[in-house]
Design a protein around this ligand. Sequence first.
Ligand SMILES: [Zn+2]
Length: 398
Amino acid sequence: MRGPREARRGPLLNDPGLIFDGSVLVRNGLVEEVGPTRRVENLKTARGAIEINAAGRVVMPGFVDGHTHLAFPPPGLARTDTASALNAVKSATASTLAIQMRNYLRAMARHGTTTVEAKAACGGGQSSGLKLLRALALVKHDPVDVVSTFLLCLPPPGGEPDAAEAAVVWACEELLPLVARRRLARFADIEWSPGERRQRLIRRYIETTARLGMGCRVHADGDGPGEATALGCELRVAGIDHLEKIAVGELGGVASGPVVTLLPGLAFHRGSRPAPARALLDAGAAVALASNFNRSDSPILNMQTVVSLACREMGLTPAEALVAATVNGAYALGCVSTAGSIEHGKPADLIVFNVSDYRELGHHSGMNLVHLTMKRGEFIYQEGAVAPLAAEHVRLPW
Ligand SMILES: [Zn+2]
């Protein structure tokens, strides 16, 4: 995934920078060298290195899953059952919530994800939102890197006329300054809804996040994604996500716009139409892929499945899907100096896959092909042996 210092667009998305018969030299958790095996093994610095033989396998950067709803709703509750979900947050402590999140983060690590974005959004006032962000802070590096985002969902149109305005004023004047001061979230996100009045409010929210030094993302999963994209491009937000309903005629600004994160698992579970990925790619969008993991309507956390769905349902090539799920994901999260590619000086976040050709990842469906996951030079997961195991040797990992 080496390449130019910018999010990949057009033909660049189709180039994973493959090295045949390659090696990676890791030292103190960082990538020291990457290149053809013959060159790497003859380096002076490679003397005495422990060799992990990955012959016949594919080694690639850990997945960067740039859009998940890990923090809400809590496990076992549907998103539509907002009242119970909110009660579950209110009655739990941040550390109890963190235990539940950690289990999912470990499952992600088993499937090759090494960096993940997690949104906290639950309504119900300041204390619940802050509690979710505190819970996310407890799992920040355990075992994968977690990038926290606060997501504001505006009340649905048709209710109290001033409810949306009140929510934005509260977020801009009280919550976001507090979140920024305590460094509880790297990004602020806002759920898009169309209409002139709402656009004014969303503009205010985005401008406030910029003043506070937080990146802003736009959650454009409903109607009016074209307006969302235009405003996002104008205000140079950090990312625009979803875009299931965008029309081909609305792609004007994407060629120079922020990273667009697409979520094929959501359409798969809803049985609905996915975003027009091919049209976005052809229009020059910097496309990233993410799981949109949430317990209710998008329960996929395996980025291998996201990659294969992107190939099957959206027409991406395996190379495009893998670039979108790694280096472009890192651009979407502003963490490309530490994630998304195997390059000198970066943390060694690697996956060793049980496939001999990366294109197989676009073809398999639902299975876990990860042999090893490495985070910052440490193996955090190795696939288990299939062999008889005496009951007294069974140990649960928690
Ligand atoms: Zn989402």
